[in-house]
Design a binder for this molecule. Structure first.
Ligand SMILES: Nc1ncnc2c1ncn2[C@@H]1O[C@H](COP(=O)(O)OP(=O)(O)OP(=O)(O)O)[C@@H](O)[C@H]1O
Ligand SMILES: [Mg+2]
Length: 392
């Protein structure tokens, strides 16, 4: 078999604290007793409205061969559910990322099944593609398209001096693309899908920093009919979880919008959602940023120092306005993801070139108004607190 150098970094970083199955928050026990094997996946897929599964099945041997027996040099990273290896499939020569789930009983099985189902049924350029899976004996492995630039987290935090810093245009491109992936889940998928685990390590980057959402093991089918929420065990990652979801277990599409706001703040500030190495007042990114949203004089303190001042002031204000609205306490005050997409697509289209910014400043188009939609959802507009502040 032809071999590839497993050049991905061996990254067994400290894991972000996951909130999982906390009985205190459990408002509705899950009754699913799904067996994660090929036949139950196929059956469940049919009941989900699709009569085919695009993902292939692999034997454990095939995946062991693809990763040269899960060699350490092939390790790309490790998350809450297991290790991820780079490999090459002998049958097709395709380079893939293979996640080997820890064999930790039903919980892992359930997430494996949800992941296979979700990614078999959902297809969008901003969602990572599931090539296949393996459910051989008690082995559970997921085979994804390989994303050569790793995760957004790898490019924002703890970056080595030799690594290229993300510039403003790339950050806006990533934010807009990730929002489009979420918009597909919320507005195009039927029934809607609540992602539940949006965070920087789950935004993977392809050539040209093209972003794709990954890890659907926690995804949940959203409310249907007149229901406004689904009740569920509180799961997700500390720092990204919407406050009402953490308190009550009531999950809505707006819980994802909150998590998106946290990710956008990370993109703009270069800070982690939770950073225990900082002083108490600065450990929680949202709590730190909220007072700063109110005063335009502090905006330059919010911007990631890695940008070295190379960003459009107006673009930063507008992106901060979007983030500020997404992380509001009240879920119904948060914008719809479609409105976030409109705003960020506009911001991403305004290419920043440091040398010509001064001459362009006066002819920048005004912030694009959001497309109207029913309900009491607060719309994004140039009149948010940040923008009012800026206009003073
Ligand atoms: N398809 C992929 N292509 C390239 N690298 C990947 C791919 N999937 C995952 N990785 C790498 O493996 C790392 C670990 O991913 P994993 O999803 O297991 O953990 P995580 O996202 O850090 O945490 P969590 O388990 O909470 O999702 C990622 O941060 C990324 O660097
Ligand atoms: Mg992940």
């Amino acid at each position: 078999m032809g071999w590839i150098p497993c050049s991905g970094k061996s990254n067994t970083k400290a894991k972000t604290k996951k909130i999982k199955h906390n009985p205190v928050y459990q408002s509705k026990p899950t009754s699913e007793k799904l067996k994660a094997n090929s036949s139950s996946i196929a059956e469940a897929s049919k009941s989900g409205g699709s009569d085919y599964i695009a993902a292939q099945t692999f034997t454990f041997r095939e995946l062991a061969d693809a990763t040269r027996n899960f060699r350490t040099e092939c390790l790309l990273g490790e998350g809450g559910f297991g290790r991820v290896y780079k490999g090459r499939l002998e049958s097709t020569n395709q380079v893939v990322a293979i996640k080997q789930l820890d064999r930790s009983g039903l919980q892992g099985n359930r997430e494996f099944l949800v992941e296979v189902l979700m990614l078999s049924l959902l297809h969008h350029p901003n969602l990572v593609n599931l090539t296949g899976y393996c459910a051989d004996g008690d082995q559970r492995l997921l085979v994804y398209e390989y994303m050569p630039l790793g995760s957004l987290e790898d490019h924002l935090h703890d970056i080595s001096p030799v690594k290229k810093r993300l510039d403003w245009n790339t950050r806006m491109k990533i934010a807009a693309g990730a929002a489009r992936g979420l918009e597909y889940l919320h507005d195009k998928a039927s029934p809607p899908v609540i992602y539940r685990d949006l965070k920087c390590s789950n935004i993977l980057l392809g050539e040209g920093y093209f972003p794709k959402l990954s890890d659907f093991g926690l995804a949940k089918l959203g409310p249907v009919g007149d229901n406004t929420h689904v009740s569920t065990r509180v799961m997700g990652t500390y720092g990204y979880c919407a406050p009402e979801y953490a308190m009550t277990g009531q999950l809505t599409l707006k819980s994802d919008v909150y998590s998106f706001g946290v990710v956008l703040l990370e993109i703009l500030t270069g800070r982690r959602a939770i950073d225990n190495s900082k002083t108490a007042a600065e450990q929680n990114l949202v709590a730190w940023a909220k007072p700063l949203f109110k005063d335009r004089r502090t905006f330059s303190q919010i911007a990631d120092p890695m940008l070295q001042g190379q960003y459009p002031s107006r673009g930063l204000y507008q992106a901060l306005a979007v983030a500020a609205m997404c992380v509001q306490e009240q879920p119904n005050m948060r914008p719809l993801i479609a409105d976030v997409v409109t705003a960020l697509t506009y911001l991403a289209s305004q290419k920043y070139e440091p040398d010509i910014q001064l001459t362009q400043k006066s002819c920048l188009a005004p912030c694009t108004p959001p497309r109207p939609k029913g309900g009491d959802d607060r719309k994004l507009s140039c009149n948010s607190g940040v923008e009012k502040e800026r206009a003073r």
